[in-house]
Design a protein around this ligand. Structure first.
Ligand code: ZN
Length: 94
């Protein structure tokens, strides 16, 4: 269950509703039956966006762990010690 914040566009009444993800968003103001809009609050672990919601908590411990493992698995591709090229200074002598 999640708490959704709504605000009435008509009378400005703000209220919160406890709904499950599958519940349809409420559209009517309990006070004036006017149209309400759902407010997006940044308090949770995710932000509601357009069609759905995405986990935007990139700084979660799990994410960090994944990053660490990725770092370990990938060899540090630092520049190899450049092979010394033999200078082809030898010019054709006569
Ligand atoms: Zn209202």
């Amino acid at each position: 269950m999640l708490t959704y914040d709504y605000r009435c566009k008509k009378c400005g009444h703000e209220f919160a509703l406890l709904q499950s993800i599958n519940d349809k968003p409420r559209r009517a103001c309990p006070k004036c039956r006017g149209r309400v809009e759902r407010l997006i609050t940044g308090g949770g672990n995710f932000i509601l966006k357009g069609n759905g919601f995405y986990s935007t908590d990139y700084r979660s411990p799990e994410y960090k762990k994944a990053v660490e493992q990725e770092k370990k698995s990938v060899e540090p591709a630092k520049s190899k010690p450049a092979e010394k090229k033999k200078k082809t200074v030898a010019e054709a002598a006569g």
